[in-house]
Every structure is written in C-alpha cells, then in structure tokens.
Write a protein of this length. Sequence first.
Length: 292
Amino acid sequence: MHAVKIASLNVLADAWAHHAVTAFPDNRFTDSKKNHSISNDRTNNLLVAILQRNPDIICIQELDNPRRDAFITRLGQKGYACEVPTPNGGRPDGCAIFYKRSFTKVNALILNYPDTSNRHAIFLTLDINGSRFVIATTHLQGGPLSQTVKHNQFEALAQQISMMAHLPIIVTGDLNTEPQDLPDLITRLVEDTLPPHFTTTLSPDGQKALRLDYMLVSAQVQGVPGQQHRVQTIGCAKSTSAVKSTLMTNANPTDHLPLEGVFGIRAAQPQLAIPLQPAKPNPKQESGCTIS
C-alpha cells in the first residue's frame, strides 16, 4: 500500500475576488482584480502555503491567468507535473491537478459539463509503483437559482465516477453543496471524508460558515496506519468566527480553507486494470498543459 498526501484548495480567481468584499470589508485582497501587485502577492502567498505542506498531489479550483502560468512554473520547478485544461467559452478560471513526478500519468480525461457554465472536471489516472488510482477535481455551479444546472453536473460527474469504479478514486473540489444536500447518486459511489460539523468557507454575506469543499473516496481507498485517515482542514474551521479569521489572510489569501488528506492506495487486481472508457458527453481529451 502506498500513502498519498493530497491537498485541495479553491484559490479564488481574481475575476471573482471583488464578490468577497461583503464578507471581508476593507480587505486588500478583494482588489486583486484591479491591482496587479495585490494579485502577485496572493499568487506568491498561495504557493508558499501549498508548498509548505509538501503534498504529493495538489488539486486547484478557480485557477486563472496569470496565476495559472505562475503555478505551472513554480510548481514545475519544485518537481510537479500538471494537468491544466484551458477553460472553455472565455471563462477566466478552471481546475488543475499538480502531481509529483514520482507518479506516472496513465490517462487524463477532461469532462466538460453539458451546459453553458463552461465548467469542467479533471479525471487523472496515476500509477505509483504498480498501484493505479484516479484523482479528480471539479468546481460545480453555485447559487440558489442554478439548482437544475448543478444537478445535471452532479449526474455527469457520477456517471464518470461509475465508469472508473474499477480503480480507487478520490474526488476533490468545491461542490457548492453542503453535506446534507449531497445527492444520493454521488454518495452511493464515494464517501465523504470530512466530519460534517467542519466548515470551509462563508456565505456571501459573511454571516454563516458553510461546508462546500470535499474529498470523497471510493471503497477501495484505504486508511494509512499511524496517520489520520479522515481529511482535515488546514486551520481552525468549526465556527463562523474561526473560519472568518482564517480566510483572506496573508497566510491563506482566498475565501476557502485548504483540505488535506493522506490516503492508502493498494494495487488493483490485474483483471480490473482495464482501459478507461470515454466520458459522456464528449470530453475534451487534450490538456492545456502537461509538464513531464
């Protein structure tokens, strides 16, 4: 069994940073869309915080330009390869997965959701010394008026998870859904690994702590002896005041708390190591970046 340390974080695209001004009044990071220096500070601080944790795999949501290029360059210098698809339809941000070069990339699949949101999910199959597994990340539609869109995205996500169920799979990301509202079509395939009372972000008005970020695992993913199997937030995350004091700071200049987990990956049965099937709807198969 191989222990794999995974981190996941919504880094808050500059294009949406000004939306955080209600929850974080007078916070300088909310001006990063207009202020290049502030944007650079956020990029550097995010990278420093991530690299201090030394994860094997890093899953990112809301990665935008030019932050995207900085992440590819800096993490590449630290020994990470990456899968960074180009956002569709002019969307300013998307998802990305960075992984240490000790892992071998087997397959990458980009699932573009069948709607006008231009959102996507990344399904990356990796191998570590003969043990194959899938790491996935996504950022689903948010907002109370978009429940139908989000439900359809959950359906597409669940379909792809089920098509890859022959391998251990870990699904990360910002699902814009609280734990009690996760649909059965997801929870019957993968298990939530964070205690329900934990929270990771704030409501738009800053008055309520919410849990919207996840690391979901299939039954084949094991605990690691001597290490905490359950995912933890990096920082205190049990109350609204605690969450608010941990977000949009120099140490964590985004409106979400990072997640981190250590998981055990066992070698799959040889007869189950079958080629991946194409996703439906037709996914974009090429990546905007692959560093090897």
